[in-house]
Design a binder for this molecule. Structure first.
Ligand code: BES
Ligand code: MN
Ligand code: ZN
Length: 496
């Protein structure tokens, strides 16, 4: 969905809107729009600060209904937190918190007066947050919790930033919606159809590999996972050719398990409840690729999505099976629930085969990563420290939390198999996020590669003040940022 966002020059006190949102830093003087509104209302805001009803604590909301002296029905003061801690993440979450609260009922026009003199980056994050806050997981509820605004007005932003922000927000929304759709709606074939539609709308080239093509390409690992399902697998490749012809592309690779039952290593019911989210990596890649294409970033990027269900039937792949992956390595299957790494094995190999200069993969890969880092932090694992630093720096700038886990060679022995080249699980469950990454490393060769395990942040079990539960769209913005940094020339990739 896209919400109309436009710039306004109208003062906060006189704008005709259903709601006006102003920002206030903790322990700071009233500035900008907040100061204007204070004056127009005869000192109402100063009084509320005095009484500590307005604190400026990050994300704290104070709603003033029908304030005399203004044209708005509702004024919301949102706390921006301490000024010296303010960054893009804080800007996004503050705007999203205000938007989410206001979206509890339909509103035609909401005007945001957040930063005066904020950088374009902060503005973009905030504008993006306003969309994220008011879109939720209630796709199939007649009585919605959240009501996206008819129209959003933004003060103090330049028009180009508004357009960019709306584009980024659309990519995040796409990823969230695909994750929130149930597995009966989003399965490999229908995901691919959505990718075709989205690609058409944003000017990406697209290629879809069906089962016959995957067989011809010897994608034995991906195909094995798909065997237990009545839904055929797909591999989707999208291309954005924004850089010089012949320059090796950045590759973004996503795990797209549209439902993970665990296969014969069946998950317990509780563990399966949210496994429609297991295609979040692929959704993140598609969302980011759409943004990269729409912004027409001057870099070559390919997005690859390995799509399958992990189900159970008489044809299911079994424990003890030995698979031959596309790169020729043999894999002993000792747990069919460690399917994501099998899907990625072949998808990563396709990326390498397409001449990727550098690879990032995203996957809801392991529960172990959530144990290690919690639900809000993604795990980073790499075979190339410089490349990992780039990805980490991009995530930090975006306010998306990621933390690197080690890839010490001591872990290598854990994926050795007695009957095949490697096995698809480690020894026991300790360090499971790392042994999974060690497995993936077998399929990228020497290509600089960073793996982002998003099992924690991709899907929220419960809502937060700034975002509804369900798909979060986490790391769409980081991927876009990585591609943008290329534009800056900081990481222009060498032609190989
Ligand atoms: N999709 C799951 C990982 C997951 C867990 C994602 C929780 C999101 C939330 C993955 O396919 C899986 O089942 N991993 C196993 C690996 C194990 C069998 C080695 C796990 O984490 O238990
Ligand atoms: Mn699994
Ligand atoms: Zn999975």
């Amino acid at each position: 969905m896209s919400i109309s966002v436009t710039v306004t020059q109208e003062p906060a006190a006189t704008i005709a809107a259903d709601a006006v949102v102003v920002g206030y830093f903790q322990d700071a003087p009233l500035e900008g729009a907040a100061a204007e509104l204070n004056k127009a209302t005869g000192g109402a805001l100063a009084q509320l600060i005095e009484s500590e009803d307005i604190t400026g604590k990050h994300g704290a909301l104070t709603t003033i209904l029908a304030p005399a002296g203004t044209s708005a029905t509702t004024v919301v003061v949102v706390g921006l937190g301490p000024e010296d801690e303010f960054d893009c993440g804080a800007a996004l979450r503050a705007a999203a918190t205000a938007a989410k609260a206001l979206a509890s009922k339909p509103r035609a026009r909401v005007a945001f007066y957040l930063g005066d003199g904020w950088s374009n980056d902060l503005m973009e994050a905030a504008i993006c947050g306003a969309t994220i806050g008011c879109e939720g997981q209630d796709l199939y509820r007649a009585d919605k919790d959240l009501h996206p605004f008819g129209e959003v007005l933004w003060s103090g932003a330049d028009p180009a930033t508004v357009v960019t922000a709306a584009t980024v927000a659309e990519g995040v929304s796409l990823a969230r919606r695909l994750v929130n759709e149930p597995a009966s709606v989003i399965y490999p074939e229908s995901f691919a159809a959505q990718a075709v539609e989205a690609s058409g709308a944003c000017g990406l080239e697209i290629e879809v590999w069906d089962k016959a093509k995957l067989e011809a390409e010897k994608c034995g690992a991906l195909l094995a996972v798909s065997r237990g399902s009545v839904r055929e697998p797909r591999l989707v490749i999208v291309r954005h050719q924004g850089g010089p012809d012949g320059e090796a592309p950045l590759a973004l690779v996503g795990k797209g398990v549209t439902f993970d039952s665990g296969g014969l290593s069946l998950k317990p019911s509780d563990g399966m409840k949210t496994m429609k989210c297991d295609m979040a990596g692929a959704a993140t890649v598609l969302g980011a690729m759409c943004v990269i294409a729409k912004l027409n970033l001057p870099v070559n990027v390919i997005g690859l999505m390995g799509l399958t269900e992990n189900m159970v039937n008489g044809a299911s792949f079994k424990l003890g099976d030995v698979l031959t992956a596309r790169n020729g390595k043999t894999i002993e299957v000792l747990n069919t629930d460690a399917e994501g790494r099998l899907v990625l094995a072949d998808t990563l190999d396709v990326a390498v085969g397409l001449g990727a200069a550098q690879i990032i993969d995203l996957a809801t890969l392991t529960g172990a990563c959530v144990v290690a880092l919690g639900t809000d932090v993604a795990g980073l694992m790499t075979n190339d420290q410089t490349w990992c630093h780039e990805v980490e720096a991009a995530s930090q700038v975006c306010g998306e939390r990621a933390w690197q886990l080690p890839m010490f060679k001591e872990f290598n022995s854990q994926i050795k198999s007695k009957v095949a080249d490697i096995k698809n699980v480690g020894e026991g469950r300790w360090g499971g996020a790392i042994t999974a990454a060690k497995f993936l490393a077998e399929f990228v060769g020497d290509t600089p590669w960073t793996h982002i395990d998003i099992a924690g942040p991709a899907f929220l079990d419960s809502p937060k003040p700034w975002i509804d539960a369900g798909g979060s769209g986490a790391f769409v913005r980081t991927l876009v940022e990585v591609a943008r940094r290329w534009q800056d020339g900081t990481t222009r990739i060498p032609t190989r």
